[in-house]
Design a protein around this ligand. Sequence first.
Ligand code: NAD
Length: 483
Amino acid sequence: MSQNVPITVAHGDGIGPEIMAATLLVLSEAGARIDIEAIEIGEKVYLRGQSSGIEPGAWESLRRTQVFLKAPITTPQGGGYKSLNVTTRKMLGLYANVRPTAAYHPFVHTKHPGMDIVIVRENEEDLYAGIEYRQTDDVYQALKIITRPGTEKIVRYAFEYAIRHNRNKVTCFTKDNILKMSDGLFHKVFDEIGAQYPTLEKEHWIVDIGAAKLADTPEAFDVIVLPNMYGDILSDVAAQIAGSVGQAGSANIGDQCAMFEAIHGSAPRRAGQNVANPSGLLLGAVMMLVHIGQPDVAERVHNAWLRTVEDGVHTSDIYAEGVSREKVGTREFARAVADRLGQGPERLKAVSYRATPKETIGAVATSRYRAKKELVGVDVFVHWRGGSPEQLGEQVEALSGTDLRLSMISNRGVKVYPGGFPETFCVDHWRCRFLSRSEGRTITHGQIIALLQRIGNAGLDSIKTENLYTFDGEPGYSLGQGE
Ligand code: NAD
């Protein structure tokens, strides 16, 4: 008998304690070899004045056990409370969010009987870096950050996941027809790493039409890997169209730590009534069992759960006259699953799990090639509401100096000077692009500082700059629309 694995458990808020009790009952009866350390997180902690929703001491348990089974929590209304999920993901480096969603037709109502997909969402980057600024009266900005190491990790994880779980195809969604550099990198890395998995089918969809196809024909997909924001939205769509948000679990995986949970929230209105469906958390716990090297227990629990659903023993969220046999509460549902341990489904497909060698998943093995990087220009953004683009253009051109030239001004990404259209709507946020006066020459940081000085002395408010670099001669910046 192998040793017990210590895990950190949070019972959460709302329906959290009930669905956690149900989940732990099934795990215990299934013979999960775990030692539980309970920590307190969520509403009570927030209301004690801890804006992160977690006590400093709880991190000690998480960092030691490196495995977190978490019930949903309630984030109090009002400002100042930080999302505990986002904090946990970032602090523990949980870069992969994995959400399997399957239809359980004909036992749970769905319009998509053949659906069986896994969404692998990048969890740390993209707009969720949370780097935002107000720059002018009218303009706010959020930075979308896509990095090569971050993308390599998530894409590699998705392919490894597909191999280990006997999946056939990995699909990538991006918007790289518009975001050619950031989403373009994600797509490029997908192609590069995908080439190392010849046995798997690979495809890429632009996210808009991909999302439409996913909502309409989810059975056409298998594993989907995508950047954070698209993944956040589409993984909820996937869970909803599969039948119920109460039924999906998720894993947040990092190189050291991992967190497992249901995808739904704390459903406060259902709390304390023994009506919540514990399936989402239970299926999250199944993923945890595979992760900690107990695939035998994971398989026993998952197959007993499938049998329970198939037997028509349903909580009220999925109960349907004529399909379900028995409407049960949270506790009775857990009892029904525990009673079926050792059994498997007869009509639904049974699952089988094997141990995943953790060390290879997420490993980033790329050469760290350094490009020849040259500073060739600067974009200076100004807050200005003086008049027409021509007026600004003439004023700024006069400030270019002897080394630099104004190559264009854009507003919300569209070139408005020189040669803009009067129809283009402009706000108080202007991007002035300066390049070297000598074609193809580099510029210096000193020239940029002198330029900013001239702009400031002329009474213009420069709110930020972006340096323009080439990498091995390739521009590291996008052109203005119409440039
Ligand atoms: P929710 O997911 O709690 O509820 C949405 C709907 O689904 C409700 O009608 C609810 O009754 C139902 N539902 C959810 N889980 C169910 C289950 N297991 N069984 C039966 N029905 C279920 O979302 P919400 O109402 O927007 O949020 C409630 C609270 O949860 C908020 O404080 C929110 O911040 C928090 N939240 C927490 C997490 C998390 O901890 N991971 C995630 C999402 C929301």
